[in-house]
Design a protein around this ligand. Structure first.
Ligand code: TRP
Length: 329
């Protein structure tokens, strides 16, 4: 059986893109494999979040994961910093990671470009820490988006290098987990590109019905088709992509026909879209509110998840120490 691991940085709130892009698939996946889901709070420290905010951010993501349907009885859900074995494995793996290859990582180069005032060693080591996250459970599959593919490739390289160096077949080749057909990429409401936290174009799982309606009504459109069967401009195609994710096939067909006949009224499309988004988001939001108020439950979830994650992590770390020649007296 596959061992699947998924991590998310504890920055900000989850949006509809996270839901359709991963969360919804995770809910199914948790029954088909041995799953670990964790919140990468060590990783989020590279950008120096306000210490007063960090815990709240972790709590938000944890709460939203649970509200979306991740089941702590089925999957192991934990906070990265509750498993210090990850930090030790990262240290050990870093001995075989070359500064040159770390400097050439696309995400690192981008950080240098965007934040030349904060090029810290944690950023350089980011792929090593991520490899440690994955290899600490010897995960065979990792669901990642495009932006994380290179990191996963580096994980495989570090694993292979370790195995070769010590003449063992210890770490697996961690491969991407592919959702195939079920993967829906949700675009933003600003006409181009994908929905993101920082882009200001997101619909969040905590948004109220009113906020959702406002955001959708403000979404970018165009002047409307003037000839039958005009190909859709990007902003319109984006609205239809979201519609396909949240609405019934009949609704999608109805508006597609209207568009093709040049009879579409974007106001009507947006109204319908907002209501159908609300049907997806409102039940999750209600669960978020309930879970967020239940500190005892959250304490139990991470307590139990952390214990199980540490068990798995300690086994790996004991093996790695032995393989590298660290022995108790
Ligand atoms: N780097 C990932 C991101 O920014 C988060 C992450 C950290 C992760 N460790 C991981 C993802 C391990 C998968 C596996 O999205």
């Amino acid at each position: 059986m596959d061992i699947v691991l998924s991590g998310i940085r504890s920055t900000g709130q989850l949006h509809l893109g996270n839901y359709f892009g991963s969360l919804r698939n995770f809910v199914k996946m948790q029954h088909d494999a041995r799953c670990f889901f964790f919140i990468a709070d060590y990783h989020s420290l590279t950008t120096h979040p306000d210490p007063k905010m960090l815990h709240g951010n972790v709590k938000n993501v944890l709460t939203e994961y649970l509200a979306a349907g991740l089941d702590p009885e089925v999957a192991t859900i934990y906070v990265q910093s509750d498993v210090p074995q990850i930090a030790e494995l990262s240290l050990l793996l870093s001995m075989h990671a070359y500064v040159g290859e770390l400097e050439r990582t696309a995400s690192f180069k981008e950080k240098i470009r965007k934040h030349p005032d904060n090029i810290n060693a944690g950023l350089l080591n980011y792929p090593v820490l991520m490899a440690a996250d994955i290899l600490i459970h010897r995960a065979t599959r990792v669901p990642v988006g495009k932006d994380q593919e290179q990191h996963l490739e580096m994980t495989r390289r570090f694993a292979r290098r370790f195995n070769q160096m010590y003449g063992v077949e210890y770490f697996p080749e961690s491969m991407p987990y592919n959702f195939g057909q079920e993967l829906v990429k949700i675009p933003g409401l600003d006409g181009s590109g994908k929905m993101g936290k920082s882009e200001g174009n997101g619909l969040f799982l905590v948004d109220s019905d009113e906020v959702i309606r406002k955001k959708v009504m403000r979404a970018v459109t165009d002047a409307g088709p003037t000839e039958p069967n005009t190909p859709m401009s990007e902003p319109i195609a984006n609205l239809f992509t979201i519609l396909k994710a949240v609405s019934s096939p009949d609704t999608v067909q109805y508006f597609t026909d209207k568009y093709n006949a040049c009879e579409i009224r974007y106001g009507d499309l947006k109204k319908q879209l907002a209501e159908d988004i609300i049907k997806v988001v409102a039940p999750i939001r209600e669960k978020i509110d309930a879970i967020k108020a239940d500190d005892k439950y959250l304490h139990e979830v991470v307590g139990d998840g952390g214990r199980r994650a540490r068990e798995s992590a300690s086994r790996t770390l004991a093996d790695v120490r032995e393989i590298m020649g660290i022995k108790p007296f």
